[in-house]
Ligand binder design. Structure first.
Ligand code: BJW
Ligand code: ZN
Length: 229
């Protein structure tokens, strides 16, 4: 079993989604904040935005959807959680193995020496933050036009092509290559269940569409499908 999550799974925790009426992209232009070009042009501006989002996320707790996914990992022997989210809320809920396709907002990476590490300070004391080597640090997330971490993508692709059931939760399924994973699963015979209050490009391929907020819908679904003791 595979679960693929997107920003919608964290919406009920208070983390803004990207698209939709209250999404981040209503107020901010992706090309000015979430591309390598934007960072080269104005690292301080990009870091101001990430520092603000880190402060928002730091105040958020996992919700019942994150918790149920952590329970699924404990209950189902072959379970893979793939997330597009960078907020770390799956790990905070107790999920141990999380394939993070788009990185993690709590990690930084040096643009000069390649050093990577965790930095959970909010707000950051210095913007833009610098590495010990003097190089500019960047958030260790994947921006538009950047390749996804190859090992993580490979593991996600393999899991998607082998799974019998895929849950697709809280993603608008428009950002590639993540949006192809449900199609890969379906093409290989998986049963596709979508959890989302809205329709997405995946809906026509889904065997079931559980319409509603993940924090309500997923615990109910799980209660009905709990594996026997
Ligand atoms: C609820 C809910 C509730 C609300 N319960 N649900 C092929 C075709 C066209 C374009 C491309 C293509 N291949 C690549 C591209 C370009 C691009 C792309 O896909 N663009 C499209 C937008 C057109 N892709 C890329 O650039 C990727 N890189 C790449 O392909 O590289 C190729 C390459 C190879 C080799 C060398 C070099 C390059 C990288 C994509 C990186 C995405 N990055 C971001 C930012 C991450 C860092 C950060 O957080 O700042 O990732 S963008 C943003 O979108 C973020 C998300 O992870 C991602 C997906 O969003 P998600 O999770 O789906 O959220 P929303 O907001 O869109 O949807 C929320 C959903 O929740 C909605 O459906 C709601 O209804 C629902 N919801 N409340 C359940 N309570
Ligand atoms: Zn460095």
């Amino acid at each position: 079993m595979v679960a693929l999550t997107g920003a919608g799974v964290s919406a009920e925790s208070g983390v803004p989604t990207f698209r939709g009426p209250e999404g981040l992209w209503r107020s901010f232009r992706p090309s000015e904040l979430a591309t390598p070009e934007a960072f080269r042009r104005d690292p301080a501006l990009v870091w101001e935005w990430y520092d603000w989002r880190r402060q928002q996320i730091a105040a958020c707790q996992p919700n019942p959807a994150h918790q149920v996914l952590a329970e699924m990992e404990r209950a189902i022997p072959d379970f893979t959680l793939i997330t597009q989210n960078v907020d770390g809320l799956h790990q905070a809920a107790g999920s141990r193995k999380v394939l993070e396709l788009h990185g993690n907002i709590w990690r930084v990476r040096c643009t000069a020496c390649g050093w990577k590490g965790e930095d959970r300070r909010v707000p950051l004391p210095e913007i833009p933050p610098r590495c010990r080597c003097g190089g500019l640090l960047r958030p260790d997330v994947i921006w538009f036009g950047e390749a996804l971490p190859s090992k993580v993508l490979e593991a996600a692709w393999t899991a998607a092509s082998r799974c019998q059931v895929m849950l697709v939760i809280g993603t608008s399924a428009v950002v590639q290559p993540a949006a192809s994973l449900p199609i890969v699963a379906k093409r290989n015979g998986a049963y596709l269940i979508e959890v989302n209050p809205a329709e997405t490009p995946i809906t026509p391929f889904a065997d079931e569409h559980l319409r509603g907020p993940a924090g309500k819908v997923l615990p109910r679904w799980w209660a009905r499908h709990l594996p026997a003791e």
